[in-house]
Design a protein around this ligand. Structure first.
Ligand code: ATP
Length: 319
């Protein structure tokens, strides 16, 4: 019987639990013994690695977060601790690792493989959707649905009170969440780091819209833009003449129960990751592309600068 382990590293996303459930089921189906590594790379170092059974994953498919927890590990950057991690895996005869995480986690994994030969397959998981080489990262759809529900609620109060609402989404330097939310939730303004903007250019348009009967504005801004959301709200009050409020959605975007799409993507990512390892692909990341799932090298994923889909960027012109 061969042994295979899974861990979550970096920011957690909704969709990790369905992935864990299918990891256990699919491993057993393929004659592998599944193991959980708790607390990311910290768990590898501290030998917090346990065999996983059906019992461990019962009742988690509908839960956000991750049952085996996630972590960032400073120690894993130090070879001394990676060697301890290798010893711990050797003791359990584990030489295959599936990692749900971001490009930082994959970088660490690649170094680990090159030093110690622990085969791995990375599954992109971050709500920011900013990993190069993949169109989709696990957790994005659940985050977008949380944002959608929040914006729909804010619209109700904005419409009742004649207010401008500035809603800030996560994404670090990537405007994906803000842009998709603006396109699907009907925002009047969308500001993202990928596109220069000048608020002045909206002033005449927005004032005219008020004269023509507009009673409220929704502005969706990504956390990575050059200005603070409060400044955008002040601009609405001072230059457009409408009372304004800021809502920073924050970590609410990372939680909540996984959507159908994320549950299905979790299922598919896991199938592909385990298949890759069984087929002798020793160091790959499973990416979702316009042509379906593709195995990519760490180098391609980690050392290529992420760029937002140009087609989506064009849509920004119409917001
Ligand atoms: P997120 O997008 O949520 O930030 P991430 O995977 O990019 O996810 P990071 O914090 O960049 O998150 O990396 C996660 C962990 O990967 C780090 O805490 C560290 O343990 C490991 N790691 C990152 N870079 C390296 C490296 N160069 N060498 C060894 N380990 C690394």
């Amino acid at each position: 019987m061969k042994n295979i382990a899974i861990l979550c590293s970096g920011g957690d996303v909704s969709g990790m639990n369905p992935a864990l459930k299918h990891f256990v089921e699919y491993s057993l189906q393929k004659g592998l013994t599944p193991y959980f590594v708790y607390d990311g790379y910290e768990g590898l170092i501290d030998n917090n690695i346990r065999e996983a059974t059906y019992k461990d994953v019962s009742g988690i498919i509908n839960r956000g977060g991750t049952k085996i927890r996630s972590a960032r590990s400073k120690r894993f950057i130090d070879k001394k601790y990676r060697d301890i991690a290798k010893k711990n895996l050797d003791m359990l005869n584990i030489d295959m690792l599936v990692v749900l995480g971001g490009d930082g986690s994959f970088k660490g994994l690649d170094i680990f493989y090159k030093e110690n030969g622990i085969k791995f397959c990375g599954i992109p998981a971050t709500i920011d959707n900013d990993i190069s080489g993949t169109e989709y990262c696990l957790g994005v759809d659940s985050a977008l649905n949380i944002i959608k529900t929040s914006i729909d609620s804010i619209r109700d109060t904005a419409a009742s009170f004649s207010r401008a609402f500035v809603i800030e989404t996560m994404g670090r330097d990537c405007g994906y969440l803000a842009l998709i939310s603006a396109l699907t939730c009907g925002a009047e303004l969308c500001l993202i780091p990928e596109k220069e903007y000048d608020l002045k250019s909206y002033e005449d348009k927005f004032k005219k819209e008020i004269q023509n009967g507009r009673r409220y504005f929704l502005a969706i801004v990504s956390e990575g833009i050059k200005q603070d959301s409060k400044e955008i709200a002040e601009w609405f009050s001072q230059k457009i003449g409408m009372e304004s409020k800021v809502t920073v959605l924050g970590h609410v975007q990372r939680g909540g129960n996984p959507t159908v799409y994320d549950r299905l993507m979790a299922y598919k990512f896991i199938n592909h990751a385990i298949t890759a390892l069984l087929q002798g692909k020793d160091e790959s990341v499973i990416c979702y592309t316009k042509d379906g799932f593709k195995y990519k090298s760490i180098d391609e994923v980690v050392n290529t600068t992420f760029k937002l889909d140009p087609e989506l960027l064009e849509f920004l012109e119409n917001v």
